[in-house]
Ligand binder design. Structure first.
Ligand SMILES: [Zn+2]
Length: 475
């Protein structure tokens, strides 16, 4: 089955074809964080979707070169730095670090490049692109000294968002400071310096100022990936105006089709509502870890819903993620146990289960259908557990299943973390506790539970018997 994606541009599922079928290189650009505050779990849902996409392409033997930009200058970063009374660079640095820390916690593969907008190399490129746009008649400097993109001169403007420009005219509210523009929808390429910007400014042929957010992405993506990108991703809220503007600017300069496939990730809701600080349902990765969950559990919770479906984040959902991972872990322990034993057991068809093996990848080929792919995994777990219950699994079959897991896990990224390996001391206490429970010595059992707790572990009693889990901390 061929790889297929829903392309936002055509609003259709399209067969994915690499620009070069022999070497299969994929140029992928993903809009990164604006570093004015710590990214929230909704942002990370999109980054995890992009991670899944990259990992699946790699599983399918494509060579992915991924660039993710860091937006370290725009209105919010400037306002934040001013309010904090620190230089812009210093202000954004902390959130950049936090972003990398959280991405690591969630096991998101690193991009090949993380260009930053304030890098002089890219500022020069932005200025050059704006200069070309002006000379092509696609941009103009207004009376406020800022430079704007002239959307009326770019007939394709609105195509990605399926947006009618006349609508923009009739419903658009004209803000006082936007009277200088020819059209309400014209967006800033270069924002003239004003007092509020403090010392945040660069020289340009149009006077001191700073780039608009959209041109930053056009400059960094084409600088690092060339005029044409295979896959461009982001959240649905990036479609308009950000990605629409990226197309207009990039194609306005190069005259070539900018992006072959546009993929966008749906919103994340919390308890069925839009996440907002005012509603008290706004969570960052550390907020979730502080509740005792691991990065692995959060990764699973954010990964398991198809990227084009809004994901409703709940604490119940986090517990379900934990249970699902427990099932995977218990299954792997059983398989490893059998794989190590050199038994001559005959395997049942369920144990071999070879017929199902390509289903996981095939599901992901279908516009990254992760729910179907996970369905294949859990169905396999159920069938092979049944075979193991009935002693119908030989070591060769168990090894084959482990190999299969290792293969699909290059996409899932759900391997057990090193700090989940139970220390001997804790394991001994847990065993003592089990004995105490067997003797119905509840007082002793509780004491041991507390000792285990003090060592950073939690003894939980589940349907399948007692279990140890890491207490809180980072995943
Ligand atoms: Zn962008």
């Amino acid at each position: 089955m061929a790889l297929r994606f829903f392309n936002t541009y055509s609003r259709e599922i399209e067969e994915f074809e690499p620009s070069d079928p022999t070497t299969r290189p994929i140029k992928m650009y993903t809009c990164g964080p604006t570093v004015y505050s710590r990214a929230h779990i909704g942002n990370f849902r999109a980054y995890i979707f992009e991670d899944l996409l990259q990992r699946h392409l790699e599983l399918r033997s494509y060579k992915v070169r991924r660039v993710m930009n860091i937006t370290d200058v725009e209105d919010k970063t400037i306002r934040g730095a001013r309010e904090a009374g620190v230089p812009l660079q210093k202000f954004t640095e902390q959130f950049k670090d936090a972003f990398f820390e959280d991405a690591h916690t969630l096991r998101i593969k690193r991009a090949d490049e993380y260009p930053t907008a304030t890098d002089q190399h890219y500022i020069d490129r932005m200025v050059e692109m704006i200069r070309v746009l002006i000379s092509n008649g696609l941009a103009y400097q207004a009376d406020d000294n800022s430079v704007y993109f002239r959307i009326n001169k770019f007939p394709d403007y609105g195509k990605l968002a399926h947006f009618d420009l006349t609508q923009l005219q009739s419903t658009g509210r004209v803000k006082h400071d936007e009277y200088d523009k020819e059209h309400i929808g014209d967006f800033a390429l270069w924002k003239a310096w004003d007092q509020e910007d403090g010392d945040v400014k660069w020289d340009s042929p149009w006077g001191p100022g700073r780039p608009g957010w959209h041109i930053e992405c056009s400059a960094m993506s084409t600088a690092l990936l060339g005029d044409q990108i295979d896959i461009h991703c982001g959240g649905v809220d990036n479609i308009f105006p950000h990605h629409e503007a990226e197309i207009a600017q990039s194609e306005g300069v190069t005259g070539k089709k900018f992006v072959r496939y546009w993929l966008h990730c749906a919103h994340l809701l919390v308890d069925g509502q839009k996440m907002a600080k005012s509603l008290g349902n706004f969570y960052t990765v550390p907020d979730v870890l502080a509740k005792g969950y691991t990065g692995r559990e959060l990764r699973y919770a954010l990964l398991r819903v198809h990227y084009r479906v809004p994901l409703n984040f709940t604490w119940e959902g986090m517990n379900e993620a934990r249970e699902s991972l427990d099932r995977i872990d218990e299954w792997l322990v059983r398989l490893r146990d059998i794989a190590q034993k050199q038994n001559a057991q005959r395997s049942s068809p369920n144990a071999q289960g070879l017929i199902r093996k390509p289903d996981f990848e095939n599901a992901l080929d279908d516009d990254l259908n992760i729910s179907a792919a996970l369905g294949v995994l859990f169905e396999s777990i159920r069938d092979t557990n049944r075979a193991m219950d009935q002693n119908e699994m030989d070591s060769a079959s168990a090894t084959a299943w482990l190999d299969w897991w290792n293969r699909i896990n290059t996409v899932l990224g759900l391997e057990v973390e090193a700090d989940m390996v139970i220390p001997t001391e804790v394991a001994q206490l847990a065993e003592e506790r089990e004995n105490a429970r067997r003797e119905k010595n509840w007082k002793r059992s509780d004491e041991l539970r507390e000792q285990i707790f003090a060592l950073g572990w939690e003894a939980r009693d589940t349907k399948e018997g007692p279990k140890l889990t890491r207490r809180g901390g980072s995943g």
